[in-house]
Design a protein around this ligand. Structure first.
Ligand code: FAD
Ligand code: SF4
Length: 327
């Protein structure tokens, strides 16, 4: 599958990148590691006139501890750096663990945290070649007006399938976005729309620049569990992140978030309240597993059945809650 023709823009500074965004936002895509964008372009899912290659902007890379106010991670920081960072492994272990499960080592060397947060949603009927999609019929997400997954509906249910966003949601992370008007910070929980086809609140002339991990969630125990077909490389088909802070044998704070079972990564409703001030045991972990299974809304967007994926969310959540409490 060949790549469509495009013009490459290669800014060296953030100011140059913003100038390109202001001039060409109508038909431009941002290229970070390219591990998702390039295969998608080969499948003709995107045919931008311009690619804004941000890989040479040094100020977008790196993991920096900010005295007393958490950690800032540049959007262009490779996932491998997040996986191996001693600072993150010690202070935000759930994020390092989630990063370590993305794809394979080669893809983690290329793939970035910004690209993982901005990752396109996935569906069996969408992530296919142009020939395949033409033969089966186009859908709402690209070039068509029907949904093969929920026929009769008008909504796209493609699943958000990035591994680090559930960990970031649990940590109460914020993202910094820059555009021609200046920059703004958004809590990650407000970044996603819940729509499969228009899944993030990012304007075409905006760039994600940094991720902030607050001091308040540093040193929380954390666990990430993921279901995939091939353990060595695949996207998640269900994933759960759990963070917990203990005090005198009780839960002082906790959060649980899911990926790959909804059009956005989501916090599990009621999980924090169910865990607060309790001692974790099998029964409580099972209750949280049930809440997670209720929040998960998998459909036939992937190779595994929705029923199995929802059940695995229940099982993984229970195990992750018990493991986080033991940590
Ligand atoms: C075989 C294979 C297996 C994979 N398995 C997994 C997996 O298990 N888990 C997983 O999470 N992912 C997986 N991926 C997807 C991908 O490798 C990762 O999600 C990676 O983190 C994407 O980052 P990137 O820098 O390569 O993004 P790119 O491909 O460069 O970009 C992805 C999207 O984000 C946008 N974007 C990138 N950076 C920014 C920014 N700073 N601001 C605004 N928009 C931006 C791009 O325009 C594009 O729409 C897999 C990919 C492949 C090919
Ligand atoms: S969920 Fe429906 S509209 Fe969305 S990509 Fe899949 S088939 Fe297309």
């Amino acid at each position: 599958m060949s790549l469509p023709q495009f013009k490459l823009l290669r800014p060296r500074t953030l100011d140059q990148a913003v100038a390109h965004l202001a001039n060409h936002s109508n038909n431009l895509r941002i290229l970070a590691g390219g591990t998702d964008l390039i295969p998608s372009m080969r499948q003709k899912l995107f045919e931008p006139e311009y690619l804004l290659d941000i890989r040479h902007i040094a100020e977008l890379k790196g993991i920096r501890e900010q005295q007393g106010s958490g950690v800032a991670i540049g959007a262009l920081t490779p996932l491998a750096d997040i996986e191996h960072s001693a600072l993150l492994k010690k202070r935000y272990p759930v994020l390092s663990e989630a990063a370590s499960t993305v794809a394979s080592p080669v893809l983690r060397n290329m793939g970035t945290i910004g690209g993982n947060i901005c990752l396109d949603t996935r569906c069996l009927w969408y992530n296919q070649s142009l020939t395949w999609r033409k033969a089966c019929g186009f859908c709402i997400k690209k070039d068509g007006d029907l949904c093969h997954v929920a026929p009769g509906g008008t909504k796209c249910w493609a699943a958000f399938s990035g591994d680090t966003p559930p960990a970031l949601l649990c940590l109460n992370a914020e993202v910094e976005v820059i555009g021609p008007y200046g920059s703004r910070c958004i809590p990650l929980r407000e970044f996603y729309t819940g729509l499969g086809d228009n899944y993030r609140r990012l304007q075409p002339n905006e760039l994600l620049t940094r991720v902030f991990l607050p001091e308040a969630t540093a040193d929380y125990r954390g666990i990430y569990r993921k279901l995939r077909v091939r353990g060595s490389i695949d996207y998640p088909l269900a994933g759960v992140a759990v963070v917990m802070k203990g005090s005198n044998g009780h839960v002082a704070d906790a959060r649980v978030a899911l990926t790959a079972v909804n059009p956005a990564p989501v916090l599990v409703k009621g999980a924090r309240e169910a865990l607060l001030e309790k001692t974790v045991d099998e029964a409580l972990a099972e209750t949280v597993g049930d809440l997670a299974a209720k929040t998960a809304k998998p459909l036939t967007t992937s190779a595994l059945t929705p029923e199995y994926r929802r059940e695995m969310i229940r099982v993984f959540t229970k195990r992750a809650v018990l493991a986080a409490a033991r940590n």
